[in-house]
Design a protein around this ligand. Structure first.
Ligand code: S3P
Length: 419
């Protein structure tokens, strides 16, 4: 069983944004509780290559911003590693800066679609080249001279939205973005605190260009996406009770809590507070023997997109048929997460069926051990490390190192909580 309490590691989405916005602000910025995961370190490395001084001291990062137009042309290719957030958001910033730059990433990044970003940036007047009409890396950006945009987003994606918002800071007129459904809004919240002129009205976002962003200190709350593995591990492992401290509870991220409630899971939110414009609280999670199935679709999907692999595992331990639909986006994450989840859970003996845009899971099932193909996807590796807590026979992951992308120290934390 899992027992104990711990302070949650910093949020990945917020850590990326804190480095990026600090780098293009004017002055000194301190970022506390920064996530030292591989993805966020890739963001730091890209901005260092554009002349930004960034010092890491423990869990704090000090960034000397050089102003909105103060980035230097990089002498080297910018390598984003495994990070979709780095490449998509940075493209918005590079589009506004008057120099040429080239972006590459790892094998997973080279398969992920970028046209969702290059299309609107081209509409704003940016010249972009890349494989298959700039849908895939390497991508070359010739920045500067942007127009405003009036854009209806064809996908619900915070990465795409953020790229367009960032490019809009540099445009010669205002921009309007209409979201398809509400995705995480950390960019809007944090950029406003840096002095950007952004107005949000439900799905409509209005951005007026500004001359400069001001320096800010940013506190990074804990990452609910990282917490979700421990949450589910606690819910499904007999006798467990874990207190997760300092969890970011921004409404655009808490879809998993709604799902757990609908499934009869036992989670209590305590000590709720607001830190740096973001809601934070502690979660007291308890083993829940009477889980029931649910349906997950439509507008809740962007609020739990990264949690679907671990929710699928949860559904194998719930009575009834859980249906997950409208989640086609899963196919273009770090791996094809519909396939990687379905294939691996099937191998463990789950009753699960793959859909074009999701999956159907019939519970409750005893799971057996086996060899898991992670496709070097951090969230797949963590999902099946949790499955190991309840399986008959051991689960072997073909790669554990990928967990460092978002949750360094994860395996050690699990072994500390295991009683
Ligand atoms: C992220 C947005 C999500 C999410 C990713 C991080 C972000 O991607 O899957 O892990 O930080 O903006 P999409 O917005 O493309 O769905």
């Amino acid at each position: 069983m899992l027992k104990g309490s711990f302070e949650l590691i910093g949020d990945k989405s917020i850590s990326h944004r804190a480095i990026m916005f600090s780098s293009i602000s004017k002055g000194y910025n301190k970022i506390s509780n920064f996530l030292m995961g591989q993805d966020c370190l890739s963001t730091i490395s890209c901005f260092r290559k554009m002349g930004i001084d960034i010092d890491i001291k423990g869990k704090d990062v000090f960034v000397k911003g050089n102003g909105l137009r103060g980035l230097k042309k990089p002498n080297e290719i910018l390598d984003v590693g495994n990070s979709g957030t780095t490449i998509r958001l940075i493209m918005g910033i590079l589009a506004g800066n008057e120099f040429e730059s080239t972006l590459i990433g790892d094998e997973s990044i080279s398969k992920r679609p970028m046209k969702r970003v290059t299309d609107p940036l081209r509409t704003m007047g940016c010249k972009i080249e890349g494989k298959e009409d700039a849908n895939y890396t390497p991508i070359k950006i010739y920045g500067g001279n942007l127009r405003g945009i009036d854009y209806k987003m064809p996908v619900a994606s915070a990465q795409v939205k953020s790229a367009i918002i960032l490019a809009s800071l540099y445009a010669n007129e205002n921009s309007i973005i209409y979201e398809k459904s509400k995705s995480r809004n950390h960019t809007e919240i944090m950029l406003k605190s840096f002095g950007a002129d952004i107005n949000v009205n439900d799905l409509k976002i209005n951005i007026n260009p500004v001359d400069e962003l001001y320096n800010q200190d940013v506190y990074v709350p804990g990452d609910i996406s990282s917490a979700s593995f421990i949450i589910v591990g606690t819910l499904i492992t007999k006798g467990s009770e874990v207190l997760i401290k300092n969890v970011g509870l921004n409404k655009t991220r808490t879809g998993i809590l709604d799902v757990v409630e609908a499934m009869n899971g036992n989670i209590e939110i305590i000590n709720q507070r607001i830190v740096g414009g973001e809601i934070v609280g502690d979660l007291l999670v308890r083993y829940s023997p009477n889980l029931i199935a649910t349906t997950i679709n439509k507008d809740i999907i962007p609020r739990l997109i990264d949690e679907i692999p671990i929710i699928a595992l949860l559904a194998t331990q719930a009575e009834g048929t859980t249906i997950i639909k409208d989640a086609k986006e899963l196919k273009v994450k770090e791996s094809n997460r519909i396939k990687t989840v379905v294939d691996n859970l099937k191998l463990m003996g789950a009753d699960i069926e793959e859909l074009e845009d999701g999956m159907i899971i019939k519970g409750k099932n005893k799971l057996k051990g086996g060899k898991i193909k992670t496709f070097k996807d951090h969230r797949i590796a963590m999902t099946f490390s949790i499955a190991n807590l309840i399986s008959d026979g051991d689960i072997k992951l073909d790669n554990e190192e990928c967990i460092n992308v978002s949750f360094p120290g994860y395996l050690e934390l699990i072994s500390n909580l295991l009683k």
